[in-house]
Design a protein around this ligand. Structure first.
Ligand code: AMP
Ligand code: GLY
Length: 423
């Protein structure tokens, strides 16, 4: 198959790498890709979605896979489908599950899907009234629209919550994206990511993963896109999987159908487990990054076929299988991440002689590009992810960290405690 992947991060790299490893003769293209996707695929220039659809048609692309949320929220799937192209991802309408927190929360309420108690409003008086009525702090304040992961404030006091609401509603904090807000109760539990590959009707649930959003060890420092992940996590048992399926995924797929926006694509469920009960923190409509990088290597059945069957509403025809191993991914970020961009730095990866280590590790490249001489440079915030696989989380983690020791670039930073909650 000729396959086009949209995006340039470690998430997209890991999808392409998994498809490449199938050795099924697929031809891969990226728009725009990064300095390492060009090792196994053709990077094509940035173009707008209409131009891209025309390019995909002219080049007989048989499957397009969309990595990030922005093109989905912008309606790329609708454009490709109207041209008769096969594309994996939700429609613009269904992508509102991520694009608008108000849409998502109201959807959860309408279909009785467990989530934190909340109000959504554009009135400062109503928000204040709700805050005053709350029994406990912290209080969570969220901007409605996409804010590049910054639109959620965990306020430690009622005054701080009111201040955040004020800044959002006035447009000062996030512009238009903050002109409606959610105020909700704080859920105290442990956080997990689950991913369901959906075709509108059927779904396949992948092993649960755990991300590490804070920059520093011990979950300290500022929030980031994610500094490392592992899967499957032992923090989930069969009972929790069952509850997530029955109480969250099934009603979501049925509900979206009723809303006239059947959900196709990756349903990313951000969960908080409180006293053994899964509650929905958020939905995203794409893979998590770096969660994707630790899930792709665990798949033993065909990744390309799974996406193709999902995109053609035929998931019911296939059986997907996973390895019985564990996977740990440690993100290496550039010097000034997440505050500002850093100067490009050359990446050197020492040759690995140890056969075991070589066999059970690899790098998923993200913020990298090539200079004129073909040297690989760290040019993005999250530069790459060191991946280790093993029969236990401990073994996978040791291997991931051994690989980290082989990778060098000026200013590299990474957490040393990824998967600590599982060990
Ligand atoms: P969101 O973008 O909604 O997932 O929020 C970003 C992060 O804020 C989540 O990953 C959680 O760590 C935290 N968070 C969001 N909502 C809540 C909540 N109601 N209770 C506790 N933590 C929350
Ligand atoms: N790693 C969390 C995210 O991709 O949103």
């Amino acid at each position: 198959m000729k396959i086009l992947i949209i995006g340039s991060g470690g998430r997209e790299y890991s999808i392409g790498l998994a498809i490449n490893k199938e050795n099924a003769g697929h031809e891969l293209f990226y728009m725009p890709g990064n300095g390492a996707t060009s090792d196994f695929a053709t990077n094509i220039e940035k173009m707008d979605y209409n131009e891209l659809a025309a390019w995909a048609k002219a080049n007989e692309i048989e499957l397009t896979i969309v990595g990030p949320e922005a093109p989905l929220v912008d309606g790329i799937v609708d454009i490709f489908k109207s041209e008769g192209l096969t594309i994996f991802g939700p429609s613009k309408e269904a992508a509102q599950l991520e694009g608008s927190k108000v849409y998502m929360k109201n959807f959860l309420k309408k279909y009785n899907i467990p989530t934190a108690r909340y109000i959504e409003t554009d009135s400062i008086e109503d928000a204040y009234k709700f805050i005053d009525s709350m029994e406990k702090t912290p209080i969570v304040v969220k901007a409605d629209g996409l804010c590049a992961g910054k639109g959620v404030i965990i306020a430690q006091s009622k005054d701080e919550a009111k201040k955040s609401v004020g800044e959002m509603l006035s447009g000062k904090a996030f512009g238009e994206a903050g002109k409606r807000v959610i105020v909700e109760e704080f859920l105290d539990g442990y956080e997990l990511s689950m991913f369901a590959i959906c075709d509108g009707e059927d779904y396949i649930l992948l092993p649960a993963a755990q991300d590490h959003k804070r920059l520093l060890d011990g979950d300290k420092g500022p929030n980031t896109g994610g500094m490392g992940a592992y899967a499957p996590t032992p923090l989930v048992n069969d009972e929790i999987y069952q509850k997530v399926k029955e109480r969250i995924i099934r009603p979501t797929l049925d509900g979206m159908k009723k809303e006239g926006a059947p959900f196709e694509g990756v349903l990313f469920i951000g969960l908080m487990i409180v006293d053994g009960e899964p509650l929905t923190l958020e939905f995203n409509v794409r893979f998590g990054d770096p969660e994707c990088e630790v899930l792709m290597p665990l798949m033993t059945s065909s990744v390309s076929d799974m996406f193709y069957k999902a995109a053609t509403n035929r998931l019911g025809e296939i059986h997907v299988s996973f390895s019985d191993e564990y996977c740990v991914g440690v993100v290496m970020a550039s010097k000034d991440y997440p505050y500002k961009s850093s100067a490009p730095a050359e990446i050197i990866v020492d040759e690995i002689h140890h056969e075991e280590l070589k066999k059970h590790t690899h790098i998923s490249y993200a913020g990298v590009s090539r200079d004129e001489d073909g040297k690989l440079l760290a040019t993005g915030g999250r530069v790459l992810v060191c991946i280790g696989l093993g029969k236990s989380i401990k073994e996978a983690r040791e291997r991931a960290y051994l690989l980290c020791g082989q990778v060098h670039f000026a200013g590299k930073q990474f957490r040393t405690d990824i998967a600590y909650q599982a060990i």
